[in-house]
Ligand binder design. Structure first.
Ligand SMILES: Cc1cc2nc3c(=O)[nH]c(=O)nc-3n(C[C@H](O)[C@H](O)[C@H](O)COP(=O)(O)O)c2cc1C
Length: 191
Protein backbone atom coordinates (compact mmCIF):
# COMPACT_ATOMS: atom_id res chain seq x y z
CA UNK A 1 0.00 0.00 0.00
CA UNK A 2 1.32 3.44 -0.87
CA UNK A 3 1.32 6.34 1.61
CA UNK A 4 1.38 8.91 -1.15
CA UNK A 5 2.82 9.86 -4.51
CA UNK A 6 5.77 12.22 -4.72
CA UNK A 7 6.40 14.17 -7.91
CA UNK A 8 10.04 15.18 -8.19
CA UNK A 9 11.28 17.88 -10.56
CA UNK A 10 15.02 17.97 -11.20
CA UNK A 11 16.88 20.99 -12.62
CA UNK A 12 20.31 21.19 -14.25
CA UNK A 13 22.79 21.27 -11.36
CA UNK A 14 25.27 18.73 -10.00
CA UNK A 15 23.06 17.14 -7.29
CA UNK A 16 20.62 16.00 -10.01
CA UNK A 17 22.87 12.95 -10.37
CA UNK A 18 21.97 11.95 -6.79
CA UNK A 19 18.18 12.21 -7.06
CA UNK A 20 18.18 8.43 -6.61
CA UNK A 21 18.83 9.17 -2.91
CA UNK A 22 15.51 11.00 -2.66
CA UNK A 23 13.73 8.20 -4.51
CA UNK A 24 15.27 5.68 -2.09
CA UNK A 25 14.18 7.69 0.96
CA UNK A 26 10.63 7.96 -0.38
CA UNK A 27 10.41 4.31 -1.39
CA UNK A 28 11.54 3.23 2.10
CA UNK A 29 8.60 5.20 3.52
CA UNK A 30 6.16 3.54 1.08
CA UNK A 31 5.79 6.57 -1.17
CA UNK A 32 5.72 6.16 -4.93
CA UNK A 33 7.72 8.59 -7.04
CA UNK A 34 8.08 9.91 -10.57
CA UNK A 35 10.71 12.27 -11.95
CA UNK A 36 10.32 15.14 -14.37
CA UNK A 37 13.47 16.86 -15.59
CA UNK A 38 14.02 20.25 -17.17
CA UNK A 39 15.46 19.82 -20.67
CA UNK A 40 18.94 20.85 -19.44
CA UNK A 41 18.77 18.49 -16.45
CA UNK A 42 18.67 15.41 -18.70
CA UNK A 43 22.45 15.68 -19.13
CA UNK A 44 22.96 15.49 -15.36
CA UNK A 45 21.04 12.33 -14.50
CA UNK A 46 20.82 8.63 -15.27
CA UNK A 47 17.32 8.34 -16.72
CA UNK A 48 17.50 4.55 -17.02
CA UNK A 49 18.40 4.07 -13.35
CA UNK A 50 15.57 6.40 -12.33
CA UNK A 51 13.11 4.54 -14.52
CA UNK A 52 14.12 1.26 -12.87
CA UNK A 53 13.69 2.76 -9.42
CA UNK A 54 10.41 4.59 -9.95
CA UNK A 55 8.71 2.45 -12.58
CA UNK A 56 8.09 5.60 -14.63
CA UNK A 57 10.11 7.07 -17.46
CA UNK A 58 11.72 10.45 -16.81
CA UNK A 59 9.54 13.10 -18.41
CA UNK A 60 10.90 16.28 -19.86
CA UNK A 61 8.57 16.97 -22.74
CA UNK A 62 4.84 16.81 -23.32
CA UNK A 63 5.32 13.53 -25.20
CA UNK A 64 5.54 10.33 -23.15
CA UNK A 65 7.93 7.58 -24.28
CA UNK A 66 6.42 4.82 -26.43
CA UNK A 67 4.83 2.10 -24.33
CA UNK A 68 4.47 4.22 -21.19
CA UNK A 69 1.26 5.50 -19.67
CA UNK A 70 0.51 9.13 -20.41
CA UNK A 71 -0.95 9.84 -16.98
CA UNK A 72 0.92 9.72 -13.69
CA UNK A 73 -0.61 9.13 -10.27
CA UNK A 74 -2.05 12.25 -8.66
CA UNK A 75 0.71 14.01 -6.72
CA UNK A 76 0.38 14.29 -2.93
CA UNK A 77 3.60 16.31 -2.73
CA UNK A 78 6.08 18.00 -5.04
CA UNK A 79 9.81 18.42 -4.50
CA UNK A 80 11.88 20.56 -6.84
CA UNK A 81 15.50 19.59 -6.24
CA UNK A 82 18.07 20.59 -7.08
CA UNK A 83 16.45 23.89 -8.06
CA UNK A 84 18.72 26.08 -10.15
CA UNK A 85 19.00 29.86 -10.01
CA UNK A 86 17.31 29.89 -13.41
CA UNK A 87 14.35 27.72 -12.41
CA UNK A 88 13.79 29.31 -8.99
CA UNK A 89 13.43 32.68 -10.69
CA UNK A 90 11.13 31.24 -13.36
CA UNK A 91 8.89 29.36 -10.92
CA UNK A 92 8.41 32.47 -8.79
CA UNK A 93 7.41 34.48 -11.84
CA UNK A 94 5.08 31.76 -13.13
CA UNK A 95 7.05 31.21 -16.32
CA UNK A 96 6.09 27.95 -18.03
CA UNK A 97 8.43 27.59 -20.99
CA UNK A 98 9.00 23.83 -20.67
CA UNK A 99 7.12 20.75 -19.46
CA UNK A 100 8.74 20.80 -16.01
CA UNK A 101 7.78 24.45 -15.47
CA UNK A 102 4.14 24.01 -16.50
CA UNK A 103 3.89 20.91 -14.29
CA UNK A 104 5.20 22.90 -11.33
CA UNK A 105 2.93 25.86 -12.04
CA UNK A 106 -0.11 23.62 -12.15
CA UNK A 107 0.72 21.57 -9.05
CA UNK A 108 1.37 24.71 -7.00
CA UNK A 109 -1.88 26.15 -8.30
CA UNK A 110 -3.65 23.00 -7.15
CA UNK A 111 -2.21 23.59 -3.65
CA UNK A 112 -0.07 20.45 -3.72
CA UNK A 113 2.44 20.70 -0.83
CA UNK A 114 5.66 21.91 -2.47
CA UNK A 115 9.29 21.96 -1.33
CA UNK A 116 12.05 23.74 -3.25
CA UNK A 117 15.73 23.07 -2.53
CA UNK A 118 17.96 25.52 -4.40
CA UNK A 119 21.55 24.65 -5.28
CA UNK A 120 23.10 28.03 -5.98
CA UNK A 121 26.38 29.66 -5.18
CA UNK A 122 26.67 32.67 -2.91
CA UNK A 123 27.21 35.09 -5.78
CA UNK A 124 23.96 34.08 -7.47
CA UNK A 125 22.13 33.97 -4.16
CA UNK A 126 22.88 37.64 -3.45
CA UNK A 127 21.14 38.77 -6.63
CA UNK A 128 17.97 40.74 -5.96
CA UNK A 129 15.83 38.73 -8.44
CA UNK A 130 16.73 35.49 -6.64
CA UNK A 131 16.06 36.91 -3.18
CA UNK A 132 12.73 38.26 -4.35
CA UNK A 133 11.92 34.90 -5.94
CA UNK A 134 12.59 33.00 -2.69
CA UNK A 135 10.48 35.49 -0.71
CA UNK A 136 7.63 35.30 -3.22
CA UNK A 137 7.65 31.50 -3.20
CA UNK A 138 7.49 31.51 0.61
CA UNK A 139 4.57 33.94 0.40
CA UNK A 140 2.82 31.28 -1.67
CA UNK A 141 3.36 28.82 1.22
CA UNK A 142 6.03 26.94 -0.68
CA UNK A 143 8.72 25.54 1.60
CA UNK A 144 12.08 26.78 0.35
CA UNK A 145 14.91 24.99 2.15
CA UNK A 146 17.61 27.65 2.20
CA UNK A 147 19.41 29.70 4.83
CA UNK A 148 20.90 29.40 8.29
CA UNK A 149 17.72 28.09 9.92
CA UNK A 150 17.62 25.23 7.43
CA UNK A 151 21.36 24.50 7.72
CA UNK A 152 21.57 24.88 3.97
CA UNK A 153 23.52 27.90 2.81
CA UNK A 154 24.64 28.89 -0.68
CA UNK A 155 28.18 27.67 -1.32
CA UNK A 156 31.19 29.77 -2.38
CA UNK A 157 31.45 30.03 -6.19
CA UNK A 158 33.50 27.16 -7.58
CA UNK A 159 32.85 24.81 -4.65
CA UNK A 160 29.70 23.13 -5.96
CA UNK A 161 31.28 19.72 -6.48
CA UNK A 162 32.33 19.35 -2.86
CA UNK A 163 28.97 20.70 -1.64
CA UNK A 164 26.96 18.23 -3.68
CA UNK A 165 27.34 15.40 -1.16
CA UNK A 166 25.71 17.50 1.57
CA UNK A 167 22.56 18.13 -0.46
CA UNK A 168 19.62 17.80 1.99
CA UNK A 169 17.56 15.12 0.24
CA UNK A 170 16.21 13.64 3.46
CA UNK A 171 15.26 17.03 4.89
CA UNK A 172 13.39 17.77 1.65
CA UNK A 173 11.44 14.52 1.86
CA UNK A 174 10.62 15.02 5.53
CA UNK A 175 9.41 18.57 4.86
CA UNK A 176 7.21 17.38 1.98
CA UNK A 177 5.65 14.52 3.92
CA UNK A 178 5.04 16.77 6.91
CA UNK A 179 3.25 19.28 4.66
CA UNK A 180 1.26 16.44 3.13
CA UNK A 181 0.20 15.32 6.60
CA UNK A 182 2.16 12.08 6.54
CA UNK A 183 4.85 11.90 9.20
CA UNK A 184 7.59 9.49 8.18
CA UNK A 185 9.41 7.34 10.73
CA UNK A 186 11.92 9.50 12.59
CA UNK A 187 15.21 10.22 10.91
CA UNK A 188 18.14 12.30 12.01
CA UNK A 189 19.87 12.21 8.63
CA UNK A 190 19.78 15.64 7.01
CA UNK A 191 21.64 14.40 3.95
C1 LIG B 1 28.33 21.58 -15.17
C2 LIG B 1 27.29 22.60 -14.83
C3 LIG B 1 26.96 22.80 -13.51
C4 LIG B 1 25.98 23.75 -13.17
N1 LIG B 1 25.68 23.93 -11.86
C5 LIG B 1 24.72 24.81 -11.53
C6 LIG B 1 24.35 24.97 -10.17
O1 LIG B 1 24.90 24.34 -9.27
N2 LIG B 1 23.36 25.85 -9.86
C7 LIG B 1 22.70 26.57 -10.82
O2 LIG B 1 21.81 27.34 -10.47
N3 LIG B 1 23.05 26.45 -12.13
C8 LIG B 1 24.02 25.58 -12.50
N4 LIG B 1 24.38 25.44 -13.81
C9 LIG B 1 23.73 26.30 -14.80
C10 LIG B 1 22.38 25.74 -15.20
O3 LIG B 1 22.54 24.42 -15.71
C11 LIG B 1 21.77 26.65 -16.29
O4 LIG B 1 21.44 27.89 -15.71
C12 LIG B 1 20.57 26.04 -16.94
O5 LIG B 1 20.05 26.94 -17.90
C13 LIG B 1 19.50 25.71 -15.92
O6 LIG B 1 18.41 25.12 -16.58
P1 LIG B 1 17.12 24.63 -15.78
O7 LIG B 1 16.85 25.63 -14.71
O8 LIG B 1 16.05 24.65 -16.86
O9 LIG B 1 17.37 23.27 -15.29
C14 LIG B 1 25.33 24.51 -14.18
C15 LIG B 1 25.67 24.28 -15.51
C16 LIG B 1 26.64 23.34 -15.84
C17 LIG B 1 26.96 23.10 -17.29
Amino acid sequence: MTRGHLQIVVCAAGPAADVTRLIDAATKQAWTTAVTATPSALDFLDAEAIEQQTGHSVRSTYRSSPGTRRSLPTADALIIAPATYNSVNKIALGIADNYAMITIAELIGRQVPTVVVPFVNAALATRAPFQRAVANLRDERIRVILGTDDGWEPHPPGSGNSRQRAFPWTAAFEAATRMAGDLPASSTDRG
